[in-house]
Design a protein around this ligand. Structure first.
Ligand code: FE
Length: 363
C-alpha cells in the first residue's frame, strides 16, 4: 500500500476548496455547450475502433481537479481522450434531458445516490451489463437496475467536541433527538441532498412516524440556525457554539489538515444497530451515449485499484472497491460497520424525506 501523505500535502490547497466547490458553488461552467462539444468531437481522435470519432464526454457535478488527474491517467493508459464538462448537478441533469438524443454526453458523474437515482428515473441513463463492475463494486453501492454505479464512498456520521463530550455519551443519529442535547446540536441545512439521503434511510428503517419524532427532536436541540456546509458545523463545534453534529467524514479530514489539533472527533454512529449511513459518488452511461463501449471501459477502469486509491487521495473518500485501502488520514479514523441498505433508497424515499423534514420544521 503506497504511503500517500506527501501526495496529500501537495494536494492540500486543492483539498481545502474541493468539497465546497463540489457542493455546487461552481458556476455553470458547463455553459460551454453543444457547439464546443461538437468542435471537440470533430477534432479529437477516435475513442474505440467501433465507435464514432471524438472524446468520451463526461458531464460531472464534481470539481474538475477531483476527476481530471484520474481521467488523465485513463487517457495515458488507453489512448481514449476524455472531455470533462462540469457544472451543478441540477442544471447538468436538466441539460442532459433537454439535449435528448442529440447529447454528446457519454457519462453522467455526480455525488449522492439521490442525484444518480433522479437522473435514472428521468430515463437519462442506460443499464450497463458489466461483470467487472458487479465484481468490484458491492451490490449495495450500485443501482439494482444497473443504470449507475458508486465509485467512491462517503460516510455521514456524528462529530463531537473532544472538550465537552465523551464518546460514551453518543450512540446513534436517533439519540441526538434526546433532550440531553438541548441547545448543543449543529446541523447543516435540510436542503442539502446529503441530509435528504440520511433521513430517507431513517424512514426506510424506522417508518415515517418515528423518523418525524427524531427529526423534531433534532430541531428542538439545535444550538444555532442550520448551516450551509459541513465545514461550518465542524468549525462551530470547535469554536464552542455547539457540541455535536452530523457530517460527511471527508470534511473532518479537510479541517484536520488545516488544524491537526482541532478538538473535534468522529463517532461511528449506529454501530449497535443499522450501521453508519454511507453514500456514493458515482456514474452511469447516458441513454444516448455515442461511445457506450469506451464509456463502459472507463467505468470499469475507475473501479480498479489505482483510480480507486486516487479517489481517497484527492477527496479523502473511501474506495468503493473494498479491496483497496483508503489513504492514511482516512484510515486513521478506524473501521466501522456501514448500513448495508442499498443506497438507491436515498432516491426512492427522497421526496418523502423532504416533506417530512419540512413538516418537522427542519429548514
Ligand atoms: Fe461534499
Amino acid at each position: 500500500m503506497p504511503k500517500s501523505l506527501p501526495a496529500l500535502l501537495l494536494l492540500l490547497p486543492l483539498l481545502l476548496v474541493a468539497c465546497s466547490a463540489e457542493e455546487g458553488s461552481a458556476p455553470a461552467a458547463a455553459a460551454d455547450s453543444t457547439v464546443a462539444a461538437r468542435a471537440a468531437h470533430e477534432a479529437a481522435p477516435t475513442s474505440t475502433a467501433a465507435e464514432p470519432a471524438g472524446p468520451l464526454v463526461v458531464y460531472s457535478s464534481r470539481q474538475e481537479y477531483l476527476l481530471k488527474p484520474i481521467f488523465d491517467r485513463f487517457t495515458a493508459e488507453t489512448g481514449i481522450e476524455v472531455q470533462l464538462q462540469t457544472g451543478e448537478e441540477g442544471p447538468l441533469i436538466a441539460r442532459l434531458q433537454a439535449e435528448g438524443e442529440g447529447t454528446f454526453a457519454d457519462i453522467l458523474y455526480t455525488v449522492d445516490a439521490g442525484n444518480l437515482w433522479s437522473a435514472a428515473e428521468k430515463g437519462l441513463l442506460a443499464p450497463t451489463d458489466s461483470p467487472v463492475l458487479e465484481e468490484k463494486i458491492p451490490a449495495q453501492l450500485r443501482d439494482p437496475q444497473k443504470r449507475w454505479f458508486g465509485l467512491s464512498v462517503r460516510a455521514r456520521t456524528l462529530v463531537y467536541s473532544t472538550e465537552r463530550v465523551k464518546p460514551e455519551e453518543l450512540s446513534s443519529y436517533e439519540a441526538l433527538a434526546d433532550p440531553r442535547w438541548r441547545g448543543r446540536l449543529c446541523l447543516r441545512t435540510s436542503k442539502k441532498v446529503y441530509n435528504m439521503s440520511l433521513v430517507a434511510t431513517l424512514i426506510d428503517r424506522l417508518g415515517e412516524a418515528s423518523t418525524e419524532q427524531i427529526v423534531r427532536g433534532w430541531v428542538a436541540n439545535l444550538a444555532t440556525r442550520v448551516m450551509s456546509s459541513d465545514n461550518l458545523v465542524i468549525e462551530a463545534i470547535a469554536a464552542g457554539q455547539c457540541d455535536v453534529g452530523i457530517v460527511n467524514t471527508y470534511y473532518l479530514g479537510q479541517e484536520q489538515q488545516k488544524n491537526p489539533a482541532i478538538p473535534v472527533a468522529l463517532f461511528w454512529a449506529n454501530q449497535a444497530e443499522s450501521g453508519v449511513h454511507v453514500n456514493v459518488s458515482g456514474a452511469g452511461i447516458t441513454r444516448y451515449a455515442k461511445h457506450p463501449a469506451a464509456a463502459q471501459r472507463l467505468l470499469e477502469w475507475l473501479a480498479s485499484d489505482a483510480p480507486q486509491r486516487l479517489f481517497s487521495e484527492l477527496n479523502l473518500e473511501y474506495p468503493a472497491n473494498p479491496a483497496v485501502a483508503p489513504v492514511d488520514l482516512v484510515a486513521s479514523w478506524g473501521s466501522f460497520t456501514a448500513d448495508p441498505i442499498n443506497v438507491e433508497v436515498a432516491g426512492r424515499l427522497q421526496a418523502a424525506a423532504v416533506m417530512l423534514m419540512d413538516r418537522a420544521d427542519y429548514r
